[in-house]
Ligand binder design. Sequence first.
Ligand SMILES: Cc1cc2nc3c(=O)[nH]c(=O)nc-3n(C[C@H](O)[C@H](O)[C@H](O)COP(=O)(O)OP(=O)(O)OC[C@H]3O[C@@H](n4cnc5c(N)ncnc54)[C@H](O)[C@@H]3O)c2cc1C
Length: 476
Amino acid sequence: MIIAAPRLPRPSEAALHRVRQTLAARIGPSRILDGDGVSAFGHDESEVAGVLPDFVVLAESEAHVAATLEIAQAEGVPVTPRAGGTGRTGGAIPVGGGVVVATAGLARIKEIDRANMVAVVEPGVVTRAFHDAVEAEGLFYPPDPNSLHNCMLGGNVANNAGGPRALKYGVTGDYVLGLRAVFMGGRTMFVGRRTPKGVTGYDLTSLLVGSEGTLGVLTELTLRLRPKPPVVRTLLGLFDSVHACGAAVTALFHAGHVPRALELMDEGSLEAVRNQGAAVDPRARALLLLELDGHERAVEEAVDHVGNLLHGAAGSLEVLAAQDASQRDRLWDARRALSPATKKLARFKLSEDVVVPRSRIADLLREVDAISEATGVRTLTYGHAGDGNLHVNFLWNDPSERERVDSAILALMRSTVSLGGTLSGEHGIGVTKAAYLPLEHTPELVALQEDLKRTFDPKGLLNPGKIFPSRGHGSC
Ligand SMILES: Cc1cc2nc3c(=O)[nH]c(=O)nc-3n(C[C@H](O)[C@H](O)[C@H](O)COP(=O)(O)OP(=O)(O)OC[C@H]3O[C@@H](n4cnc5c(N)ncnc54)[C@H](O)[C@@H]3O)c2cc1C
């Protein structure tokens, strides 16, 4: 764990004891986990050194969540919501101790309405399981974070998760029509609608989507579905440099193609993939993984056209097409395993998920090279190139290099903002990026968001220590 969490005052033992006793009487002692059982709730998939919760509520209904937020509010005890724990920014880590409300037990798919292409689900449904259930009905739920075997829909909505298919189909927030949420104090509300259109009142659904568990705890989600595309084809383009990949992305869009996914891997990422046993052509120093979907004839024509374009104008060394579903799955398994695979390349790794306008990808890649050269810190880059969202990873072995790593990350954040980009495309701000928020948001904008936070949570008890920079640390 290499990122310190902000120091927040912990609740008093007496307050914790009262919350525990009252909750046990209301929801049953078996739903409260403490002692050694809480150790799994002090970390997520970030590098944040968390604080263990004092106890965990294993919620199985909205009433359990509401009781927790009512009693915790009365005693001034902080609450941290958690779903699958795959977050990359420390969002589900209870930095001030207190209670973690685990929503994995709210895991029912309540309804799949084929006629209206709407589903109603609980937040603990695992994303991949939801894909399977929806596709069995001939429907399609596009958001596909690469963690989909372990993450949950509540965490996806709270972080407004993206994924490879966001390029053509948009991110999680584009599929949330409405939701039920519990607010500190225990108030429970349905926000939003169930129809594809609707402009009644403020768009509070959008405010809660991506609020990283700081405004309310989600207990039910009403999600928009689409018809399942009948045909999907996957292509792999090998290149002799990552810059050639960047240029190929631009050429594809100029030619009018919108693949459903367009993923980039640079030389370092290929090294990680090769280390996992994948036989990638040794000439390749970068690759594009590309997926097209739609009706058969249109897709076959697009595959031919894209293949020719990559071979020709874009200068690809080789273009390979997956021949069947199992080849396709193997390509995607390699892509989805990339994040853990890159971890094995060095003792320490920090990963950022910046976004720039698509036309500036080549500029960002040049900036990353320059930052790596100036600081001497090894980097590798991969990600959702089609929508300009790149995961830039910083790797090092010796703890004494840490100061240079921090200045390299700060330089990346500055370059991203100056290229017209944004600090996070999908992982959110959480703990790890809070210090950088003022690079992108003016003090007035940060203050407006803090006012909103106070409206929902006047005592600042819901997921404290997240998103907003700690006072005095905002000048980086
Ligand atoms: C290998 C790997 C690949 C990944 N790939 C992607 C990717 O392609 N795209 C992407 O967007 N992300 C990706 N991620 C990051 C992560 O998986 C996503 O952010 C995901 O949406 C988190 O879901 P979770 O269920 O694990 O949430 P958690 O980690 O449990 O929580 C995430 C945030 O949501 C809040 N939260 C959880 N449940 C609730 C609730 N019921 N109500 C309110 N707030 C809640 C938490 O407090 C926290 O702030 C990846 C992570 C890994 C490890």
